[in-house]
Design a protein around this ligand. Structure first.
Ligand code: TPP
Length: 452
């Protein structure tokens, strides 16, 4: 079989990109994910990865040439000779993987107001402790598994489509961070509100937003959750309590705080959640938002997803403290560090914070230590990260961990979990089909609703 390699949509404007160089030679065998070539768009210089394994053949677009999104720039062939060679190459490539686990998690020590520390809130319910509620507990864990798998399948499917030039606009993906979104949202009610970022898909899915409306939004269709005008960074589902995500780093922190203050003024027991990255914790809005929330006892939970990188910048280049959660002490609120690759630990921390907020005791800062497997955004293979770091985090994969817990501690048959995965894949493909078949917005609708 011969599969075309097409130029993905990489620039900010959807225009042509320039080929700088091919990083593999013609006739080379590559694995899915191998960086094939580097290109320059109107936004940045990025590498384009192979969407599948195979032998690279021409015609290869020449370095220096300009290529439009969707144009074929080469082919990957997958014949029996190619397959044999690929499997011979694979062990060599995979040998760089490290299977030991990381020692990144420190015991939480930085709490204000005598609140419970992470070690307490992250304590897991054992199957024995679950007692009579064991079946119900297993069912809830299986639900969390299903949502995490749905997020992973969604993100991976879109990544594959992106590499084939089929996704318009941008993508900021959250593979690896699923346990944070699902752990937090599992502790919320539908009428609680979540405020997300430029990396919103996991939060939206975990809060129960419509998969079809999210996908149609990414494709810019009228059936999209904001009518096709927002794109991937501006997703919402008000009915599910997912407010419009905000691509301005740190901007949702005071907005979620204001929303929580309004709940308090109205005497409601709803809570608001602000998700943000560790990069956002160095913005002014973080400090203003947390201080205001603390003095107002606002029912808001600040969830810092510390995935170590703000775009390509490692946290050690921007932050002198070991835990972002330590900053909570400066504002007089509990700061909790939690293993963001463990959905039960995240849920336990979120449940404590939500209970505190609903009881009128104010905000909590939760720092979830996690990792994003993909690059910062489309076309960024994340080459600034060391392979052993990446592999060590993948060895902690939140979905694999939960799968082991369910099959091991709760004797859920592996076949049931495999069925969940098949169902998730089908849902993802149906949502993409819905989006692709949906109509484009009319030109005139671009002016609605615009106020002058
Ligand atoms: C105020 C502002 N500054 C810069 C940017 C460009 N930008 C977009 S995402 C990003 C990195 C954010 O990192 P982090 O907050 O850690 O979130 P993550 O991407 O890791 O989820 C930057 C600098 C922006 N969108 N808004």
């Amino acid at each position: 079989m011969k599969y075309p390699v097409v130029m993905p949509h990489l620039g900010a404007t959807g225009g042509d990109v320039k080929i700088i160089e091919w990083l593999v030679a013609e006739s080379d065998l590559v694995l899915a994910g191998t960086a094939l070539l580097s290109v320059e768009s109107d936004k940045s210089v990025v590498e384009v990865e192979a969407f599948r394994g195979g032998c690279l053949i021409g015609p290869l677009a020449a370095p220096g040439s300009s290529v439009a999104p969707g144009e074929i720039i080469g082919y990957l062939i997958d014949d029996s000779a190619g397959a044999a060679l690929t499997s011979a190459t694979r062990p060599a490539l995979e040998s760089v993987r490290v299977t030991s686990t990381t020692a990144h998690l420190r015991p939480a020590s930085t709490l204000a107001n005598g609140e419970p520390c992470a070690a307490t809130v992250a304590a897991k319910l054992s199957p024995a402790q679950a007692g009579k509620g064991r079946a119900a507990f297993a069912e809830r864990l299986a639900e969390a598994f299903a949502t995490m798998v749905l997020i992973r399948r969604y993100e991976e499917h879109l990544y594959q489509l992106f590499l084939q030039g089929l996704v318009p606009g941008t993508l900021h993906q959250c593979q690896g961070q699923e346990a944070v979104a699902v752990g937090v949202c599992s502790a919320l009610r539908r009428d609680d509100l979540v405020y997300s970022t430029h990396r919103p898909v996991g939060h939206l899915i975990a809060k129960g937003a419509s998969l079809e409306a999210i996908t149609a939004e990414i494709w810019g269709k009228v059936t999209g959750c904001v009518g096709g005008k927002g794109g991937q960074m501006h997703l919402a589902d008000f009915a599910a309590g997912a407010m419009v995500s905000n691509a301005i780093v740190g901007a949702n922190i005071p907005i979620a705080t204001g929303s929580a203050m309004s709940f308090r003024l109205q005497g409601l027991d709803r809570v608001a959640v602000s998700f943000f990255g560790e990069g956002a914790s160095n913005t002014g809005t973080f400090h203003e938002g947390l201080n205001l929330a603390a003095v107002q006892d606002a029912p808001v939970i600040f969830v810092c997803e510390n995935n170590l990188y703000a775009a390509s910048t490692h946290i050690t280049l921007t932050t002198r403290i070991a835990n972002i959660a330590e900053r909570a002490a400066a504002y007089g609120m509990p700061g909790v560090v939690v293993d963001g690759m463990d959905v039960e630990a995240v849920y336990a921390a979120a449940r404590t914070a939500v209970a505190r907020a609903r009881a009128g005791k104010g905000p909590t800062l939760i720092e979830a230590k996690t990792y994003r497997y993909r690059g910062h955004s489309r076309g960024d293979p994340g080459g600034y990260r060391k392979k052993d770091e990446h592999a060590a985090w993948m060895a902690q994969d939140p979905i694999d961990r939960l799968r082991r817990r369910l099959t091991g501690d709760f004797a859920i048959p592996a076949a049931s979990l495999a069925e969940i995965e098949t169902t998730a894949q089908a849902r993802v493909e149906a949502a993409v089909e819905f989006a692709r078949r949906s109509p484009e917005p009319s030109l005139e609708s671009g002016l609605e609703p615009v106020f002058a």
